[in-house]
Structure formats: C-alpha cells, structure tokens
Design a protein around this ligand. Structure first.
Ligand SMILES: Cc1cc2nc3c(=O)[nH]c(=O)nc-3n(C[C@H](O)[C@H](O)[C@H](O)COP(=O)(O)OP(=O)(O)OC[C@H]3O[C@@H](n4cnc5c(N)ncnc54)[C@H](O)[C@@H]3O)c2cc1C
Length: 230
C-alpha cells in the first residue's frame, strides 16, 4: 500500500500538485484552510477525509463507534439483537485487528453474506462468521492516470491502472444499459476532453471546522444545498 501512495504522490506532482503529508487540518472557512498556525488561502476546498454514518444508526439505541457506525459481531448482527443485520458503511467490524473498510466491495460482500446467513438460519443450518475478502484497491488521480493493486500483490500504476479502474467500475454497475451508458459517456468525455461537472449550489457555509460561532446554534431557514450534474 505504501508503494501505491508513493506512486500516487509522484503522479500528482507530475500534474503540478503540491502534496503535504503529516499535516492535520484544524480549521476551514470561506477563505482557506488552517494547519495549526499555518494558513493556506483557498476559495475551494475538497474534503476527502471521511464521511459520517447515516443518522439512522442513532435511532437504534445500540452501541456505536465514534464515526456513528453500529458495532456488529462477526456475523454482522447487533450483539443481543439476532434479528438485526448491519452491512456496508453502517457496520463497524474489526477483522484481523483492522477495520473492514467502508468501500463498495465490503458492502456487496456483506449484503450477500447477510442474505445467505438468513437463509441458513431459516433452514436451521449453522452460520459461519463473515470474512471480508480484499480483492484490491484502485484510485484514479487524473486523465489516464491511476494507482492500484489486485489482491495486495499485483501493483499497477499509470495508464494500465486507469484502464483497470475503468473496466472494474463499469463491470460492477447494475444492468447492461447502465454499463453501456456509462461507457459511452466516459468515452465521450475522454475523447472530447470535456469534464462532467458536479455543481453544489446553495448558501455559503462560512465555517466548517473549529469552534462553531454562536449563530450556528440557530435553526437553519435557508434552502438546503442542491446538487446538479452536468
Ligand atoms: C464520494 C465518494 C466516493 C467513493 N468512491 C468509492 C470508490 O471509488 N470505490 C469504492 O469501493 N467505494 C467508494 N466509496 C464508498 C462507497 O460508496 C460505499 O462504501 C458504499 O456505497 C457503501 O454501500 P452502502 O450500501 O453501505 O451505503 P450507500 O451506498 O450509501 O447506500 C445507503 C442507501 O440508504 C439510503 N438511506 C439512508 N438513510 C435512509 C433512511 N433513513 N431510510 C431509507 N433509506 C436510507 C441512502 O439514500 C442510500 O441510498 C465512495 C464514497 C463516497 C462518498
């Protein structure tokens, strides 16, 4: 994995990106980002350090981890509640001392496991613990550039990794029509150098991290941000 990180950093630097590691973001506002005492001016900030679990988990009244995910046992059930299975991003499970990652393969494998487990239980058969199989990771970092590995062994980078990333994403889409549509739409974007834009519109958010200003406690009356695809 370390090799993939180094390769990703090299490819980003070739694109002119300055990569900073080992730095903790302490504040974000409309004018930039703070790393402790240092300030980086920026009008646009993209946050990729994780998302919170769906708030529905809090309504269950069961133990959660600090990201708000439900602590499940090895059979993806809530301890003391055999009738509840939790799969995907909402499940917090440790395997071999590491957390099962919040990625779509883990969610798909969990879903298939829960379906099989319920059928086995209905037939009175024993149920084996869930085991997440990490088939590999791919991440695209630009036009025709990606890094990744298959089963933690076969490492790919650059254009071959990007082709693999593309093929895997299209293969796992649901339905032939969706695959065909995405394939042609991506091919068009690639050949025409056009980028599909995702616009998030709505009132500006003055401060995202750090201590909330007193007004933040007041109920919001503005319309919620809208997402538009182009
Ligand atoms: C920006 C982004 C990029 C990602 N890229 C990748 C990637 O490249 N590769 C990868 O493997 N993973 C990626 N992931 C992670 C991946 O999307 C998730 O791990 C995966 O979708 C988890 O599946 P899930 O079924 O648990 O949850 P979701 O796919 O989030 O599905 C949950 C569904 O439940 C619905 N829901 C929520 N609350 C309620 C409610 N109260 N009532 C009814 N329905 C409700 C939601 O609307 C949603 O449709 C990415 C995630 C993000 C945010």
């Amino acid at each position: 994995m370390l090799e993939s990180w180094k390769e990703a950093q090299k490819q980003l630097e070739r694109l002119g990106v300055k990569v900073r590691t080992g730095a903790r973001v302490t504040d974000i506002d409309a004018e930039g980002v703070c790393l402790g005492d240092e300030r980086i001016a920026a009008k646009t900030v993209l946050w990729a350090a994780g998302v919170a679990a769906s708030p529905i988990a809090r309504t269950l009244g069961v133990p959660l981890d600090k990201a708000g995910r439900v602590l499940v046992d090895a059979t993806l059930q809530v301890p003391g509640h055999d009738e509840i299975y939790i799969v995907g991003d909402l499940a917090a499970l440790q395997q071999d001392g590491k957390p099962v990652p919040g990625v779509s393969p883990a969610a798909m494998q969990g879903g298939r496991y829960a379906a099989r487990a319920i059928r086995s239980r209905l037939k009175g058969k024993p149920v084996k613990p869930f085991r997440y199989l990490d088939k590999g990771t791919f991440a695209t970092i630009g036009r025709g550039r990606a890094v990744g590995d298959l089963f933690g062994r076969l490492r790919l980078s650059g254009f071959p990794a990007w082709l693999a990333w593309l093929g895997i994403h299209i293969f796992f889409l649901v339905g032939f029509r969706a695959r065909l549509f995405v394939f042609f739409s991506w091919a068009y974007s690639y050949l025409s150098h056009r980028r599909g834009a995702r616009l998030i519109t709505g009132p500006p958010v003055p401060r995202l991290l750090g201590p909330p200003p007193p007004a933040a406690a007041a109920p919001r009356t503005e319309p919620a941000p809208r997402e538009q695809s182009r």
